[in-house]
Structures are given as C-alpha cells and as structure tokens.
Ligand binder design. Structure first.
Ligand code: BGC
Ligand code: ZN
Length: 341
C-alpha cells in the first residue's frame, strides 16, 4: 500500500497517524474466516484492525484540534446518509449499509499509517500510553452503559445497586456491586483480575445464572457480551425488577433456541424491565471513555495493562496474531505492536 498522505483528506483537514498498536477481537476472527465484514467494492482485500492506538505525525493546514505528537485512537464507523449519520451519531444509523474501518467497506488500522479527518480521531491522555489500545473496546462498553442510564431516567429515582456482566471480559461499573459470569472454573487470570477490583466471579459450570441471581441479585443492570444468544435470553430471564439489560453480542450464526418465552415476557411486563441492543460508538463515547480510561489508570495502577495478555511483534507476524486469536484460550487481549513509541 502507498503511504497515506495528509492531503488525502479534503480541505486541509487530514491527520496522519503513525500506528503504534492495534488490538484484535472476535470480529477480526470472523472477518478472517469470511463470516462477517466486506472489502471495499473493487478491492479484493480488506486491511483489518479497528482497535487503534497511534501518534499524530502530521496535520493538514486546517486542523486545529490535534497536533503532532498527540496520542490518539480513531472511531470505527463512518457516516452513511440517514439523519442519524448527519448529526454525528453514525453509530445509530438507520441505513441498510454501514461503513466501518477495518470491518465493513473501509480499510482499517492494522497498517503502518492511516489518515483521517480529526472528526474521527480522539486524543488519549499521555498517562494512558500503555493501555491506550483498549480505547475502542472501552468505547463500546461506555456507550452501552451511558445509554442504559439514559433509558433508566424513565424511573425518575433509579439507583442501581447490583450489576452483572455476562462474559469475563472485565468491566468495573462505578459504585455498583459487580458479579461477572464466565464459563471457566476459577481461579484463573480473569477471575483474579475481577476480584482485584472487588468484583465477584461466578463460573456457570459451578452455579447456574438463576441460582446466582437468587443469591447475589437482584441485578439492576446486566451487560451481556458473550457472543452467545442463549446467554442473552438467560440474562433476560434473570434481570431484576425495573432492571436494564444491555445486549452487545454480535451473533453471526443461525442458532434457534427454546426459551421460557411466557415467563420472560410476563416478568418483563410485570417488572417494568428493559432490554436493548447497542453497537459501535461515536466520538462522544470515545471522549468520555478516554476520561474514564485516565481515571482507571490512576485508580487501579497497572491493572489495565494486565488485560494486554498476548503481544505480537510487528505486522509481519500476522499469522501468529491470527493463531493466537483463534487458539489462545487464556487470551484477554491479543494485540500487535506495529511501531515503537
Ligand atoms: C466493533 C464495533 C463494530 C461492531 C460491528 C465490533 O467488534 O468493535 O466498532 O461496530 O464490531 O461491526
Ligand atoms: Zn471490536
């Protein structure tokens, strides 16, 4: 690929970013297996990578928001043409087609450089250098939680006490008593990391979700991120009264299930419960996410870095990256060190 140029973006608004690190996730795994995503029309390849962290190297004459040397991450989705897209909320598009860098119809960040408009590039505090690569996944959690609180304003005086996270991708919810569900029997790295933050880890092999909900619930908020639609409906079944369930799993398969439909429906109605889906994150959630990231870095020194379990050195070790992504069972985050600080 030719090196992208600042003047590749119109009106002097280009920001050239040298990529330092890129994280990979289940979406990349699915793209590599040709189960999800699409290349640009006319190209027979897609540069993947949507979890970016880099440093600004050069800016166009009309860029005032950023300067060379700033650490940054970039949003993933680019606007289509629905009204939501036009007001900066491209994560809420109603268009049938969506554009996502590194995923769908746009090249991504797993490259030496990328260029984009500052509208899509978010500054990351210097103190977050070591864990800056978690910015994009963090923005997804950020959006889900912010929207859940927004929705719960319907209750006027909602004060959630207990939260559950499905999938041991670790997450700390400010001030809430946290229970995290995973399959694996503890102790292992993820359960220890959760306990380090004062959370409780439950293996569903040792205690079904319903029993844990009896014992440790009621869950006012559940964040579902397992990638398994069965767990999504089990979560619905175990949500507390007036509770909110955040669905974030991308389930590309065709699984059909038997669920306790009458029970779930009845309890949703009688319990005034809400379940909603959320995807992607616009600039707003990257910005508030960056602030929370900085807080997390100062409050839980070094904890975030422990999520970065599987480094890969250099773009040339692409195959090793894919192998780790598909086979490393203990991986929390596989990432590629593209260039030095
Ligand atoms: C990405 C999101 C994206 C979603 C659906 C996730 O892995 O982090 O930015 O919107 O996949 O393509
Ligand atoms: Zn992702």
């Amino acid at each position: 690929m030719p090196k992208p140029k600042v003047d590749g973006i119109p009106e002097g608004r280009g920001v050239l970013v040298r990529v330092i690190r890129v994280g990979v996730d289940g979406t990349d795994k699915e793209i590599n297996a040709a189960e999800y995503g699409a290349a640009l029309p006319g190209d027979d390849y897609l540069i993947i990578g949507h979890e970016s962290f880099g440093v600004v190297e050069e800016i166009g004459p009309n860029v005032t928001e950023l300067k060379a040397g700033d650490f940054v991450s970039a949003t993933v989705r680019r606007p289509g043409s629905s009204f939501y897209d036009l007001i900066g909320t491209y994560d809420m598009t109603t268009g049938d087609v969506y554009y996502e860098r590194g995923i769908n119809l746009r090249h991504g960040y797993l490259a030496e450089y990328f260029v984009d408009d500052p509208e899509y590039i978010v500054k990351i505090p210097n103190a977050c250098y070591a864990s800056g690569v978690v910015m994009e996944p963090m923005s997804i959690a950020q959006k889900g939680i912010v929207q859940a609180y927004e929705i719960q304003r319907r209750l006027k005086i909602w004060q959630p006490q207990k939260a559950a996270v499905m999938g041991a991708g670790t997450l700390r919810l400010c001030g809430l008593e946290l229970t995290v569900f995973g399959r694996k029997i503890p102790p292992y790295k993820n359960s220890e990391l959760i306990e380090e933050l004062g959370g409780r880890y439950i293996s569903t092999k040792q205690m079904p979700i319903s029993e844990a909900a009896q014992k440790y619930g009621p869950f006012d908020l559940i964040f579902e991120a397992t990638g398994n639609s069965l767990v999504a409906f089990e979560s619905a079944e175990n949500l507390g009264k007036n509770g909110v369930l955040i669905l974030t799993s991308i389930t590309g398969g065709g699984q059909t299930l038997e669920i306790a439909a009458d029970k779930i429906n009845l309890e949703f109605v009688l319990g005034n419960k809400v379940m909603f889906g959320t995807v992607n994150a616009n600039r707003e959630y990257f910005e508030s996410g960056a602030k929370d990231l900085a807080q997390a870095v100062s409050r839980y020194h070094g904890w975030l870095n422990k999520l970065l379990t599987h480094p890969v050195k250099g773009l040339e070790n692409y195959q090793q990256m894919m192998d780790l992504l598909t086979t490393a069972k203990d991986a929390i985050k596989v990432y590629v060190d593209v260039s030095a600080k």
